[in-house]
Design a binder for this molecule. Structure first.
Ligand code: SF4
Ligand code: SF4
Length: 431
């Protein structure tokens, strides 16, 4: 049967890249729109709700119909009154706005679901376990547009002349989007792809923008955040092992711990030092969402419990360790509301307050000479090419599809031109 969401290659645009058609096969009571956008300096979702709210709501109605949900909630930060006022008059029956606090990580799916519904997703579970489906703003815009996903919105911010939210063809290079933001203001810089908290260092100016790239934060190479992101595992391990004084701040502010989940990052740090009970301490790391709050905000020693948790997760999976508790007994900590971290304080701690915190939408798409479309830019199996080098393609034409019976997403040509290369990616030269 024809499935337009699958055919159009719509995937979660918030970073995970899960195929939206698969997510919407399940039945849910409520669809929650994640408009929290809690990564510092990013403005893409807010701008989309402001300027393309009607398309987002069209996508939301389609998502509700698929999931059989009679209700939907649009989570928007209370401080974004202009967005709330623009969206509210357009809301269809059964849809309401939920005002969110200006804290990090308000957009974490587990926190968002609890804030909106009062229900805690069990450790290791999904929003569906409590009757919810969560979708990102841009994912819904893409569903509402009902055409192949060829373009991507992202905020380019930090050390650039004109911070901006751009609409770009998928596969354009990072260097071109930085130029479109007026260029870097410093000669030597690095870029955090996806955000300052949950991003990663870009490989270089040739790196392509993917369907899941929500932002690019340009920072001077000597910036403290870049130093943190550059630290190798050997140093994280060695310093963590010798310098953690078990003050427990990382755990006390951990949002998933506060939600009642069995993650206690100070135990993962302790497990670096001692062998007894190591497995029990490591098992909890399975429930870390890698929000980075413990490493970049909470720890007074600037240690890196997040990367220790991320590292230990691999060991926990290999050993098939599991949390042995009762999910029905999971209750949020009494300090859950009081220990939310305000974005303003987070930005001060990250050293980002000197950058302009704006990202107005520039809706005219850029026109690159070349795009590089990786076959792996979504959850599941890499897509298999359906075009060959030398072929001419038109914008919106299918160029790669998931292998038969595998989870994955279609990829379409984001510009018209000639396919010049097909390997782990499909390169198209504009003609
Ligand atoms: S906050 Fe830092 S020093 Fe304190 S327990 Fe956690 S990792 Fe150790
Ligand atoms: S990264 Fe740190 S603060 Fe975030 S969930 Fe994991 S342990 Fe908790």
């Amino acid at each position: 049967m024809k499935d337009s969401i699958h055919d159009n290659g719509v995937v979660g645009a918030g970073g995970a890249g899960f195929p939206a058609a698969v997510k919407l096969r399940a039945k849910a009571e409520v669809v929650i729109v994640n408009g929290a956008e809690c990564e510092p300096l990013l403005h893409k979702d807010k701008e989309l709700m402001l300027h393309h709210g009607a398309e987002m709501l069209r996508g939301l109605r389609a998502a509700m119909a698929r999931a059989g949900a009679l209700q939907a909630v649009v989570g928007i930060k209370e401080k974004d009154q202009a967005v709330i006022q623009a969206i509210t008059p357009q809301l269809p029956a059964g849809v309401r706005v939920f005002p969110l606090s200006d804290t990090y990580p308000a957009g974490d799916e587990f926190l968002l679901v609890y804030d909106v519904t009062g229900r805690v997703i069990p450790p290791g579970g999904l929003p569906l376990n409590v009757g919810a489906v969560v979708l990102n703003v841009e994912t819904l815009v893409n569903i509402g547009r009902n055409r192949p996903v060829t373009h991507k919105y992202l905020t380019v911010a930090g050390a650039v002349k004109e911070p901006v939210t751009l609409r770009v063809p998928v596969g354009i290079s990072l260097g071109e989007v930085i130029q479109a933001a007026g260029g870097a203001t410093v000669p030597l810089y690095d870029v955090l792809m996806g955000g300052a908290m949950m991003g990663r260092l870009a490989s270089g100016p040739e790196e392509p923008i993917l369907k899941t790239t929500g932002g690019a934060i340009v920072l001077p190479r000597e910036h403290g955040l870049i130093t943190r992101y550059r630290l190798p595992w050997s140093a994280i391990y060695r310093i963590g092992k010798s310098a953690c004084d078990q003050c427990v701040f990382c755990t006390e502010l951990c949002p998933r711990f506060l939600l009642g989940h069995p993650i206690e990052p100070h135990l993962a740090m302790r497990a670096l030092m001692f062998a007894p009970e190591k497995d029990r301490m490591i098992a909890g790391t399975l429930y870390c969402c890698e929000c980075n709050l413990c490493s970049l905000f909470s720890c007074p020693e600037t240690l890196d419990p997040k990367n220790v948790c991320a590292h230990d997760k691999v060991a926990a999976r290999e050993k098939n360790l599991k949390w042995q508790g009762d999910p029905n007994e999971v209750r949020p900590h009494s300090m859950y509301p009081a220990r939310r971290v305000p974005i303003r304080r987070l930005m001060q701690r990250l050293g980002l307050q000197s950058f302009r915190n704006v990202g107005p939408l520039e809706d005219r798409p850029l026109k690159p000479k070349r795009v590089v479309l990786p076959l792996e830019q979504h959850a599941g199996a890499p897509a298999a090419p359906v075009v060959r080098a030398g072929e001419r393609v038109k914008e919106g034409q299918l160029i790669a599809a998931p292998p038969e019976g595998k989870l994955g997403a279609n990829i379409h040509a984001s510009i018209s031109g000639r396919v010049s290369k097909v390997d782990g990616a499909i390169t198209i030269e504009a003609t």
